[in-house]
Design a protein. Structure first.
Length: 308
């Protein structure tokens, strides 16, 4: 049986039990195959239902992110969309109660807030305060009000040093828990990241996973044009680290990469991502590092998200 035929069969079997699960979301067979990582793993209706539910959550999160940024007249949408899928997979498929997530690329705070909203940790009313006066949901994460935001990470290059410190602290105390730190690729132009990597490698922090959102764009152009370190993974490999590459918009690939055991410590997961992912006129366009959405652009972006 072909992958497409298998998925169609599972979809037909699923519909009588949960007719609304697929009815409210329009996913193509090709999309399910491409984003599952391995379509052959759908051996039951339960497996298929869980995967389609995850796609539905991703679609819902993308639409809510666009709405939140539009209503707040806030930019940085491109880098939020490149990182949103990774945060969603971490929070919904990977993180355990003892684990810690640190968003080092603080300008993707919107994606973090929306992810926390999908996880039931923030309300819709909370999201309506994004970037407003006296809000807890500032443009870059501010600590002191949520266990999911242990540090301020507005200035790039600070998240990984914090993550390395937490990872060592947990090990010294004999406590369980993994640390996942999401950085941008351009953020590796910051010397503090390399100092933190030296520290983490020296202490063989196997409980630390560094996730790199490699969308290859930054504030003034491509990472290659501004301050090239291409290929970044080769520079990291010089530390003798475990390095995994994955599609940053593929649920199956990301989950496998995040959950792979670390032999040396720390572990690096390089995600191939697209800035502005899911909105055609934003994809790979540097200006969406900054621009807010106009009303016409918002309607067009929402229509694309609805059509997925």
């Amino acid at each position: 049986m072909s992958a497409a035929a298998e998925i169609r069969l599972l979809a037909r079997e699923l519909r009588p039990e949960s007719p609304s699960l697929l009815g409210n979301f329009r996913f193509s067979i090709d999309q399910v195959i491409s984003e599952s990582g391995s379509p052959a793993r759908f051996h039951s209706r339960g497996d298929f239902a869980m995967f389609v539910t995850m796609l539905a959550k991703l679609q819902r999160a993308r639409k809510r992110l666009l709405q939140m940024h539009f209503e707040s007249c806030v930019g940085h949408i491109g880098g939020n969309l490149s990182a949103l899928d990774a945060m969603m997979v971490l929070y919904h498929k990977v993180l355990c109660p003892d684990d810690v997530f640190i968003l080092s690329k603080g300008h993707a705070a919107g994606a973090l807030y929306v992810t926390l909203w999908t996880a039931g940790k923030l309300s819709d009313d909370d999201l309506k305060t994004f970037h407003g006066e006296g809000t807890r949901l500032s443009a870059h994460p501010a600590p002191g009000w949520s266990a999911d935001i242990p540090f301020a990470t507005g200035s790039l290059g600070h998240g990984l040093p914090d993550a390395a410190g937490i990872a060592l602290g947990l090990r010294l105390q004999g406590r369980p828990g993994r640390i996942f730190c999401l950085t941008s690729d351009a953020e590796w132009q910051e010397g503090s990241n390399w100092e933190a990597l030296i520290f983490a490698r020296h202490h063989r922090l196997r409980n630390l996973c560094v996730v790199i959102d490699e969308n290859r764009l930054q504030g003034f152009g491509t990472t290659q044009d501004v301050a090239s370190m291409d290929p970044l993974a080769d520079k990291l490999a010089g530390f003798g680290l475990d390095i995994t590459h994955a599609d940053g918009h593929n649920v199956g690939e990301m989950r496998s990469a995040f959950e792979a055991p670390s032999k040396e410590g720390p572990r690096i997961v390089v995600l191939r991502t697209t800035k502005g992912h899911g909105v055609s006129f934003m994809e790979n366009a540097m200006e969406w590092h900054y621009l807010p959405l106009s009303p016409d652009q918002y309607r067009a972006a929402l229509a694309e998200a609805d059509a997925e």
